[in-house]
Design a binder for this molecule. Structure first.
Ligand code: G3P
Ligand code: CA
Length: 253
């Protein structure tokens, strides 16, 4: 095990992927609140940056799919973004949902009785947002949430920068499939976990990662039958769009 990192417990944990996004509009406050109500351990969310450098919680680089607006987040001010409807695309009953900032999520996360882990995915692999790492870390530190936050990204350079700025924060290297040299890269950049799909976790590579002391956190798992085999593979976290269903099922297993 690599020392000095904020490692979490050995029991399998359930995170709401983009919140409880199977039943609620992804990356909105209601999706995060419902993850908490479900009794899950954490939320996963995605962060982009607006023209006026606000940290915007959204998966896509554009607002087209999940709001009633159109265009790139990087070209818009938060003033414009916050007026949009971020829920009707999912169902008309969510028309009051707004785009949320990371600041608002972290403020909510520090509320009384809220102990959720917050997995912040830096979405700087398609568009490079200069200064995204510093901005996210500053906010996390402002809320004193260093021990409850995981920073992840598909961009290893970005994670390396996070590690250079913060020696102990939990870092998850995101991969898709089974790319070669995953374990080497993860160790090189100072990650303490690999955020991967089931195919990696159950593979020899995944087990090598475990043997090397790296945690495995698996996305996006929506079939509760996977819980048992992921437990056997010593996976730490399952990220799912259906946290309520997974919390219930994992309690039974
Ligand atoms: O963080 C895990 C997972 O969310 C990565 O893929 O496309 O859903 O952001 P994506
Ligand atoms: Ca994500």
């Amino acid at each position: 095990m690599q020392e000095g990192f904020a490692i979490r417990q050995a029991e399998i944990e359930i995170f709401g992927h983009r919140g409880a996004s199977g039943h609620f509009p992804e990356n909105t406050l209601i999706a995060f609140q419902e993850t908490r109500i479900a009794g899950a351990n954490g939320i996963e969310l995605d962060v982009q940056m607006s023209k006026d450098r606000q940290l915007i919680v959204m998966h896509d680089e554009t607002i087209d799919r999940t709001t009633n607006g159109s265009g790139y987040i990087k070209d818009m001010t938060y003033e414009i973004l916050k007026a949009l409807d971020a829920g009707s695309w999912f169902h008309s009953s969510f028309s009051n949902e707004k785009i949320i900032t990371l600041d608002e999520v972290l403020e909510w996360a520090t509320g009384e009785g809220n102990h959720l882990t917050i997995n912040i995915e830096l979405k700087n692999d398609q568009i490079f947002y200069d200064g995204l790492e510093e901005a996210v870390l500053n906010l996390v530190q402002q809320y004193h949430l260093e021990d409850r936050v995981i920073i992840s990204s598909f961009n290893p350079k970005s994670l390396q920068k996070v590690r250079s700025l913060h020696k102990t924060i939990d870092i998850g290297y995101l991969i898709e499939g089974k790319p070669p040299d995953t374990v080497e890269i993860a160790k090189q950049i100072g990650a303490n976990a690999i955020h991967c799909q089931e195919v990696f976790a159950l593979s020899e590579k995944g087990q090598t990662a475990r043997a090397e002391g790296l945690l495995l956190r698996v996305y996006t798992v929506n079939d509760t039958n996977a819980i048992e085999r992921l437990k056997h593979a010593e996976v730490s976290v399952i990220m799912t769009d259906y946290p309520a269903e997974f919390v219930k099922s994992s309690a039974k297993k």
